[in-house]
Design a protein around this ligand. Structure first.
Ligand code: TYD
Length: 132
């Protein structure tokens, strides 16, 4: 499985840091939606689904968390702990988020609006589709 990170340019100066994200430039799609995950309770796992069409870029803008990616054949765990790195998650990649630090804020840029019919929330169904 190819793990695709996007490195964002930090426009820092003596006052602090700044990162700008631009649609179809640093982010490789039209950004239709932004959501962020925070105040996660200890030990919980989130995600546990994949998408049929949606493309997403995950950015840990505070603290850290881990991401499990699974293409149906291989599983990889990734530590996301920098504000200047985006993890591209393509359709039909099963993903789970876990090990959130208390100060974790995980921001997600998505290529489309929220649409429950784009989700596959059963791992069994996901495996059936990708191994076909
Ligand atoms: P869920 O998919 O369980 O979140 P996670 O992937 O973090 O585990 O979503 C939780 C609820 O929030 C669910 O009822 C769907 C809703 N939701 C929206 O309304 N809009 C969104 O953009 C997202 C991501 C979720």
């Amino acid at each position: 499985m190819e793990i695709k990170f996007i490195d964002f340019k930090i426009i820092g100066d003596e006052r602090g840091g700044l990162i700008a994200l631009e649609e179809n430039l640093s982010i490789p799609f039209d950004i239709k939606r932004v959501y962020y995950i925070f105040d996660n309770k200890n030990g919980i796992r989130r995600g546990l689904h994949t998408h049929k069409k949606l493309r997403q870029v995950l950015i840990s803008i505070s603290g850290s968390c881990k991401i499990l990616l699974d293409d149906g054949i291989k599983r990889t765990d990734i530590l996301l702990d920098s504000k200047d790195k985006g993890l591209l998650v393509e359709p039909f990649i099963w993903h789970e988020m876990y090990d959130f630090s208390p100060d974790s804020i995980l921001m997600v840029l998505a290529s489309d609006f929220y649409d429950e019919s784009d989700y596959i929330r059963s791992y069994q169904d996901f495996i059936k589709i990708v191994r076909k």
